[in-house]
Design a protein around this ligand. Structure first.
Ligand SMILES: N[C@@H](CCC(=O)N[C@@H](CS)C(=O)NCC(=O)O)C(=O)O
Length: 212
């Protein structure tokens, strides 16, 4: 195990299956920031997530002064700025905003997938087929856009690994986890190659969601 280079008294509140929390866990690992994880599942009866985040969602980062940060996009920006190790967000406006755009697309696909999971938790006779279809269309268009924008490049945003790759990797990992029947690898070999590269990184390998 690599020794953490930065020890900061913080705590991450997250579930092990949340794709948004996985982004934060990967950023912590890539940047070698030591941060204890408190596992809390916001759907559980005795969850305490709402004590940290009025929205009742994970991830939440509790800071050393007791303050809290949410959501994942805010947390990763904070973490990238507290340590210069392995910068994940470009400093210049144009490339920065491109990385943020990648993240918005990847998180948006994830949001659509989460919405389907929620709808399918309702009794079968109460599920709205049209709502599920609408979300499925977002996923299909989103995957096509990710693949188009990646093209033949190795990493999403130019030459270097960045938060864009983390967000895309977490999104595709969540599709594998919840919707293994979506065969995105066959349709988009360039996304498959990206995920293969990402999976070789310990930060990704160590944060794969546990089997259902
Ligand atoms: N945009 C938020 C999304 C967070 C989110 O939706 N988390 C889910 C877990 S995957 C959650 O906590 N849901 C509980 C709820 O909606 O009540 C982020 O990026 O952190």
């Amino acid at each position: 195990m690599t020794k953490a280079e930065h020890t900061i008294a913080m705590k991450l509140i997250a579930s092990l299956t949340s794709p948004y929390a996985r982004k934060v866990r990967i950023v912590l690992a890539d940047k070698k920031i030591d941060c204890p994880l408190e596992v809390d599942i916001p759907w559980d009866e005795n969850t305490r997530v709402a004590d940290y985040n009025p929205l009742g969602k994970v991830p939440v980062l509790e800071l050393d002064d007791g303050g809290t940060l949410y959501d994942s996009r805010v947390i990763v920006e904070y973490l990238d700025n507290i340590s210069p190790v392995a910068r994940l967000l470009p400093q210049e406006n144009r490339p920065l905003i491109q990385v943020r755009r990648w993240e918005a697309l990847a998180d948006g696909i994830t949001d659509a997938a989460v919405a389907i999971v929620m709808e399918k938790r309702r009794p079968v006779d109460k599920q709205l087929g049209s709502a599920i279809q609408r979300q499925n269309e977002k996923i299909a268009r989103g995957l096509a856009a990710l693949s188009h924008d990646l093209g033949e490049r190795q990493w999403c945003n130019g030459e270097a690994y960045s938060l864009a790759d983390i967000a895309v990797g977490c999104c595709l990992g969540y599709l594998d986890f919840r919707f293994p029947e979506i065969n995105w690898r066959e349709d988009y070999p360039n996304l498959a190659a990206l995920v293969e590269r990402l999976s070789a990184r310990p930060s990704f390998a160590d944060t794969v969601p546990p089997p259902l």
